[in-house]
Design a protein around this ligand. Structure first.
Ligand code: SAM
Length: 186
């Protein structure tokens, strides 16, 4: 399911040690101490470590379908609840999280709509969802403006409000972050 075997995961972790994109997403999430937070597709746990500094390690959870990445993230953030799962099978109770974020993971999901439905269900009332991908001109390891439109429409279908795209320049890349909230009242 993940596409990252043990060797691929170790190579990814080695070549992606720089936290600028991770920091950009965690900063946008504006995490507060004691807020339950979920990262989806956490990889080696670089952003998870940043999130744990803000929310507290015991308040952060993560999922990834790669056993190697799960082991790396658990080691990097002791105290975090890191589980082996994909976006489509997130195991936590509905309404659990004040914030859910994902970075460079959505383009790997087997079933994007199922993942979006699952994540929106896991948000508490008023909870925020941040979906970050590298902005691309054509489909690939990131997201195109056309795909952003598709995801925004699905988020609205799933009841999210305030759906908008925030762009952040990180080095030579542009990060597109789809931000939305769960309504306070159903
Ligand atoms: C390019 S890596 C990004 C890792 C990390 N978020 C980062 O920015 O360093 C893509 C991640 O998505 C994960 N992934 C693959 N399929 C997934 C799925 N269906 N649901 C959630 N994550 C998935 C991979 O295992 C991997 O950790």
């Amino acid at each position: 399911m993940s596409g990252f075997g043990a060797v691929g995961a170790r190579l990814y972790a080695w070549f992606n040690r720089h936290p600028e994109t991770n920091r950009a997403v965690v900063d946008l999430a504006e995490l507060r101490a004691g807020e339950p937070v979920l990262e989806v597709g956490c990889g080696p746990g670089v952003a998870l470590e940043l999130a744990a500094r803000q929310a507290g390690a015991e308040y952060v959870a993560a999922v990834d379908p790669s056993e190697t990445f799960v082991a790396m993230a658990r080691k990097r953030v002791p105290g975090a609840d890191v589980r082996l799962a994909g976006a489509e099978t997130v195991p936590f109770a509905d309404g659990s999280f004040a914030a859910i974020y994902t970075l460079a993971s959505m383009h790997h999901w087997d079933d994007r709509d199922a993942g979006l439905a699952r994540l929106t269900a896991k948000l508490a009332p008023g909870g925020r969802l941040l979906l970050a991908e590298r902005l691309l001109d054509r489909p690939g390891h990131g997201i195109t403006p056309g795909q952003i439109g598709e995801v925004a429409a699905r988020l609205t279908d799933f009841g999210q409000t305030g759906v908008r795209t925030v762009e952040r320049r990180v080095g030579r890349r542009t990060l597109a972050v789809l931000v939305s909230e769960r309504p306070l009242a159903a």
